[in-house]
Ligand binder design. Structure first.
Ligand SMILES: [Zn+2]
Length: 124
């Protein structure tokens, strides 16, 4: 499998497809009330650099808390694919759930545990 192939992921049914601009150097697993339920492993990119196919026509969204982000999932298979900022100002970040990609992508990088539930610090 080529590097390029590793940068392409999709939800389980394939209705939402993601292409990363480059491999992430690290990712974050967060224990906040939402992330622990979604089970996401998040890599961050500048908004607009990740190609998301099938969104918004095949997706549903969820917002909570101070509503700065939109959590996006496939409306058919329910897989959480990414989150995106509501205000797309320069430098705004975009989170991609690496669980939608070949497992070798995650195995090749550092996945850090983040305490979003309490201290907002890394706990590894
Ligand atoms: Zn799907």
């Amino acid at each position: 499998m080529t590097e390029e192939r590793l940068l392409q992921g999709s939800c389980h049914c394939g209705a939402v497809r993601l292409t990363l601009p480059s491999a992430p150097d690290k990712a974050t697993q967060c224990n906040c009330s939402l992330c622990r339920r979604l089970g996401g492993v998040w890599a961050y990119y500048e908004f607009g650099t990740v190609l998301v196919d099938g969104h918004p026509e095949n997706t549903a969204e969820y917002m909570w808390g101070d509503k700065t982000l939109r959590h996006v999932r496939c409306k058919t298979c329910g897989c959480a694919t990414h989150w995106e900022p509501l205000v797309t100002e320069p430098g705004a970040k975009h989170g991609v759930n690496l669980n939608n990609f070949d497992p070798r992508l995650q195995q090749s990088i550092q996945v850090r545990r983040f305490d979003g539930a309490d201290t907002w610090k890394f706990i590894d």
